[in-house]
Design a protein around this ligand. Structure first.
Ligand SMILES: Cc1cc2nc3c(=O)[nH]c(=O)nc-3n(C[C@H](O)[C@H](O)[C@H](O)COP(=O)(O)OP(=O)(O)OC[C@H]3O[C@@H](n4cnc5c(N)ncnc54)[C@H](O)[C@@H]3O)c2cc1C
Length: 407
């Protein structure tokens, strides 16, 4: 007789696997369904992760082959080519190979006891009397029902299961298309600094990035509210005053497209027998689009709450509400600060961005920002810096630009 898993996880991305790992560790019977034939493939992500965030999750150091490079800071470039650098004395982030990173997480979940089914697309939720009680899965051309006490939705941005569960979905107007490319023949690039290119002409409502690899290649990408991402990427590589110096002879060896949901989590991410984690719940930083660390933190909370629910024999929405409460208390403040920051940045026109970058450089804002330890929970990080005179000057300058934007 087949055993009924306590928990089914939909999606073997980092958040699904991390939830599965944390459940399996507690001897919960957990099954992961992944639609693709291989974990981590196709990859859509730049894999730029904070080392502190990974350490806090117990995931750093990572096996050597996963880490492609370690990064000491960031150079911001304005549309006209003004630059502002922020360099830390030690590495703050790393660039990971997302395929290998996802495989690593799935492996530790399997080693802890989780079961994985590949080529298994969850088509829909099984719902009885208003309660999610399993999923319908397409495997080898046949659809089969699998029952479970709790379903964790880690399917990424699609929102299809959220809709079926009757939950609100992420704000559509804040979903952008991102493009991520691997580029060879990169020139004049600092090997240990990421670069951020600002400007509506190249990436309206977001930015473009360059993440150097230790082998002379780079990951280059952008997300934009408007325009064709591939054409915008070409434009960046050929015409941006700084990026073109580095990339005009670059050869794109891999290109992928994927949506990025920057509007913050919807108002409810749980229901009877159901929890949504990671991109499925828009656990993504509205400022930078980074979702791996926040999503994995929420996946850990989901696993803990699911474990408690199973122990108590109560998988009702009233009990699972604890998941939302804990996620809100961990990142609610940060998300709301980052949303405001994103809104403020989006209001500035390109000339104002030029001025802002010039101002940051002029007041040596890097000296203050170097005190920042936390780059994932940016609301708390900013709050900590509020008494710093340079930070105050920068904030009041930005607020003035924001207030007089487009006047
Ligand atoms: C261009 C781009 C660059 C990015 N760069 C970064 C970055 O540098 N750093 C960072 O932190 N974040 C980055 N992100 C965001 C990051 O990719 C996501 O936040 C992260 O992948 C979320 O993980 P997840 O497990 O929730 O979802 P995903 O990684 O999307 O995984 C979902 C999994 O579910 C599977 N699946 C989907 N539907 C089904 C189904 N019905 N049945 C079975 N399986 C299913 C998918 O195949 C996939 O394996 C980037 C995003 C984009 C678009």
């Amino acid at each position: 007789m087949e055993t009924v898993p306590d928990v089914i996880v939909v999606g073997g991305g980092p958040c699904g696997s991390f939830a599965a790992f944390n459940l399996a560790k507690k001897s919960v019977n957990v099954t992961v369904f992944e639609e693709h034939a291989e974990i981590g493939v196709p990859s859509h992500c730049a894999g730029h992760l904070s080392i502190r965030g990974l350490k806090k999750l117990g995931m750093y150091p990572l096996p050597k082959d996963i880490v492609e490079n370690v990064i000491y800071g960031v150079v911001f470039h304005s549309p006209c080519g003004e630059s502002f650098s922020l360099r830390f004395p030690a590495p703050v982030t790393c660039s990971v190979n997302r395929v290998l990173f996802d495989k690593h997480l799935a492996k530790i979940a399997v080693n802890a006891g989780a079961h994985y089914f590949l080529r298994s697309k969850v088509e829909s939720l099984a719902i009885e009397s208003g309660r999610v009680c399993g999923v319908y899965v397409r495997q080898n051309g046949v659809t089969k029902k699998y029952a479970a006490k709790i379903v964790i939705d880690a399917e990424g941005v699609s929102s299809s299961l959220l809709r079926q569960a009757g939950l609100p979905t992420p704000v559509r107007s804040m979903i952008m298309t991102g493009v991520e490319a691997e580029v060879e023949n990169v020139e004049n690039v600092k090997r240990d600094m990421v670069e951020v290119f600002l400007g509506k002409e190249y990436a309206e409502g977001f930015f473009a990035w360059l993440i150097p690899q230790s082998n002379g290649c780079a990951k280059v990408g952008l997300a934009s509210k408007t325009g064709n991402p591939q054409k915008l990427l070409q434009k960046l590589m050929l015409t941006h005053p700084v990026a073109s110096e580095e990339l005009c002879r670059g050869k794109i060896t891999r290109l992928s497209f994927h949506p990025l949901s920057l509007g913050g989590p919807p108002s409810q991410t749980y229901s009877n027998g159901f929890l949504a984690v990671g991109d499925a719940a828009s656990h993504i930083k509205p400022t930078t689009g980074g979702g791996v660390i926040l999503g994995m933190n929420c996946a850990k909370i989901a696993a803990d709450v699911a474990y408690m629910a199973l122990k108590k024999g109560d998988t009702s929405s009233a009990f699972l509400n604890a998941y939302q409460k804990e996620c809100d208390s961990m990142l609610g403040f940060d998300i709301s600060v980052m949303q405001r920051l994103r809104k403020m940045l989006n209001t500035l026109n390109d000339r104002q961005v030029d001025k802002a970058i010039r101002f940051c450089k002029m007041i040596n804002l890097d000296k203050s920002l170097q005190k920042v330890e936390e780059i994932d929970f940016q609301g708390k990080a900013i709050l900590k810096l509020l008494r710093d005179p340079r930070m105050l000057a920068a904030l009041s300058y930005f607020v003035r630009l924001y207030l007089f934007a487009n006047i």
